[in-house]
Design a protein around this ligand. Structure first.
Ligand code: A5P
Length: 239
């Protein structure tokens, strides 16, 4: 059974996986910098290495990650100057035993997926609360175009058990790309890749938070220590 974690323990786990990822960065790498509270720890540890001589450039996946780069003295670049990345480092909302993920809790899923696709290797960081048998407890974020969103919402409403336009302080959240996010409950997701394709067939759906077959390396926590996994056959958590 999954151990209960206090928020302090969860934060400590995020710091451990973030620090381990920062140790894997070699000088002169071009890196995709993910978004979220786990990546914040990675950025802090990377910033420390940069201050002692490491040379890297990052492409950010959100305004929030641009802020992180700035706060930690991490030089940024863009796809005009660096067409492809050596690796990207990002967090996850859920990781299944099959190494599929739900991402987008922070609303950056579109840029996160673009950056992941442009990276030769992808490292994902997950504290132990993110490890699940099958995806679906965390509502699936789906990014949709604002134009005609009413139709897409009713389409999603027919497919999902529940879905809701993401709001903050009463207003619909607008992503860095200018779209809306819909959070969808599908129950347990048996076939994430086919659900992703089905959703992407709906005109107006820009991207889904299903990240399938994208993990090259998962850094997570086993028995209170950070561990590196490279294949679903190494997944150790209970379904
Ligand atoms: C951002 O849109 C997300 O995909 C994050 O990477 C994910 O939500 C993980 O966030 P935390 O590290 O804050 O849990």
């Amino acid at each position: 059974m999954k151990k209960r974690r206090t928020s302090d323990q969860q934060e400590a786990e995020k710091a451990l996986v973030g620090a381990m990822a920062a140790e894997m960065i070699d000088t002169d790498m071009a890196i995709g910098l993910g978004t979220g509270s786990t990546v914040r720890h990675f950025a802090q540890a990377l910033g420390q290495r940069i201050r002692t001589g490491l040379r890297v450039r990052v492409i950010c996946t959100s305004r929030q990650s641009e802020m992180l780069a700035k706060q930690n003295d991490i030089p940024t670049t863009d796809f005009d100057r660096v067409p492809s990345l050596d690796l990207c480092v990002d967090g996850a909302d859920e990781v299944s035993l099959d190494f599929d993920m739900i991402k987008g809790g922070g609303g950056a899923l579109l840029y996160e997926k673009i950056v992941a696709a442009a990276s030769s290797r992808r490292i994902y960081l997950a504290d132990s609360t993110k490890l699940v048998g099958k995806l679906g407890q965390f509502p699936l974020p789906v990014e949709i175009c604002r134009f005609g969103h009413q139709n897409v919402l009713s389409h999603l409403g027919r497919l999902a058990r529940q879905c809701a336009l993401r709001r903050r302080d009463g207003d619909a959240v607008i992503t860095d790309a200018g779209n809306y996010i819909v959070d969808c409950q599908f129950g347990e997701i048996d076939q994430p890749a086919s659900l992703h394709r089905r959703l992407c067939d709906i005109p107006g759906i820009v991207e889904t938070g299903l990240f399938c077959d994208m993990i090259d390396m998962l850094i997570t926590i086993k028995e209170d220590r950070p561990v590196v996994l490279t294949s679903p056959s190494e997944a150790f958590w209970a379904p």
